[in-house]
Design a protein around this ligand. Structure first.
Ligand code: 5GP
Ligand code: MN
Length: 323
């Protein structure tokens, strides 16, 4: 029996908590929905736990799966599986305290530090959902249309709608299989990109107004402040995808979204076009991590304190790689 089936076998007499990361994205929610549904199809009782609530724009993909974002102590005896989490800090303090021992870590972040008893980590995978879809297919774990839809969601969002360099023949043929299992690409795209709220577009307008180009056009930074959220009636979950705008500018190597959190500290999102730019390593300088072209961090300083430090670090980072 292979490693994955052995782990599944060990879970058969247990209850399982499938845990995702704070500020969950499409790959995180898709992975949680798919994995819980896969376990349930095998007769294993499972639930999805996430310190953050499911963002509004992803609620339609949750279907019959119970997501809990509080009262975690009710589940303290559950076996814990993490999906799309590069390190244990990513699950948030409350869950980290309750689940110091993780049975299985399934992830695709280059910065993953193999923190679990079993680690299925593939930094070349386009999405955690790609890893899970392959595990399910190889091990004949049932994929119905809802599970297929969740898995497709994760791959579609983490590949930037099949635009990033992680999109290869295997990814596309896997997605073709998911479509055969019942995933509907146009329905997913419509739900994700054609149902924007006016408030979010007004927040985008504010964000675009802050864009500043530094380092001879190689770095572009935009800001989001608490005041902007108040002005537009939005919240932190409404910033998804904004950092793609500064990245899209010709000549920009690093795009940054610097968001002011409610306590005045900073949450950063970094994007690059070229893998050699390694924004995961730039994020690491501010206690974060992620992927070579998409990374993030949280930093205990105000935007004004952080901004000049960040430009200096980005300048050195780009110089070191010859850009
Ligand atoms: P985003 O900019 O969309 O928040 O995150 C981009 C990528 O970086 C995601 O894959 C996310 O998991 C990762 N990431 C974001 N924030 C952090 C962080 O604070 N620490 C680490 N290790 N990874 C992060
Ligand atoms: Mn992911």
């Amino acid at each position: 029996m292979n490693k994955f089936l052995n782990i599944i076998e060990e879970l058969k007499n247990k209850k399982v908590a499938v845990i995702g990361h704070i500020r969950p994205d499409g790959d995180c929610i898709g992975s949680q929905v798919a994995f819980v549904r896969g376990l349930k199809a095998l007769g294993i009782d499972a639930i999805a736990l996430n310190q953050s609530p499911v963002p509004k724009f992803l609620l339609c993909f949750v279907e019959d799966i119970l997501f809990k974002h509080e009262n975690f102590s009710d589940y303290k005896d559950y076996a814990a599986i993490t999906v799309d989490c590069s390190d244990l800090l990513r699950i948030g303090t409350d869950l980290e305290i309750l689940f110091p021992n993780i049975k299985l870590n399934i992830d695709h972040h280059i910065s993953n530090n193999n923190y679990a008893e079993n680690n299925i980590v593939d930094a070349k995978a386009s999405a955690t959902c790609e890893i899970i879809a392959n595990l399910f297919i190889e091990n004949k774990i049932p994929i119905d249309s809802i599970t297929a839809q969740a898995l497709y969601l994760g791959i579609a969002t983490d590949t930037g709608q099949f635009c990033y360099s992680t999109t290869n023949a295997q990814v596309l043929s896997l997605c073709a299989k998911l479509v055969e299992f019942g995933a509907k690409p146009s329905e997913i795209a419509n739900k994700l990109y054609e149902e924007e709220s006016l408030e979010r577009i007004l927040l985008l307008k504010e964000f675009l107004g802050t864009l500043q180009v530094e380092l001879m056009g190689k770095l572009c930074i935009g800001k989001i402040t608490q005041k902007m959220f108040q002005l537009t009636g939005t919240s932190k979950e409404d910033t998804e995808g904004f950092v793609d705008y500064p990245r899209s500018i010709k000549g920009v190597e690093i795009a940054a979204l610097i968001e002011e959190r409610a306590d005045g500290s900073v949450k950063g999102s970094l994007r690059a076009k070229q893998e050699k730019v390694r924004v995961d390593l730039l994020a690491k300088q501010f206690n974060g991590g992620g992927h070579v072209c998409a990374a993030g961090f949280s930093f205990e300083e105000t935007i004004d304190q952080f901004y000049p430090k960040f430009i200096k670090a980005a300048k050195k980072h780009l110089e070191d790689i010859g850009l």
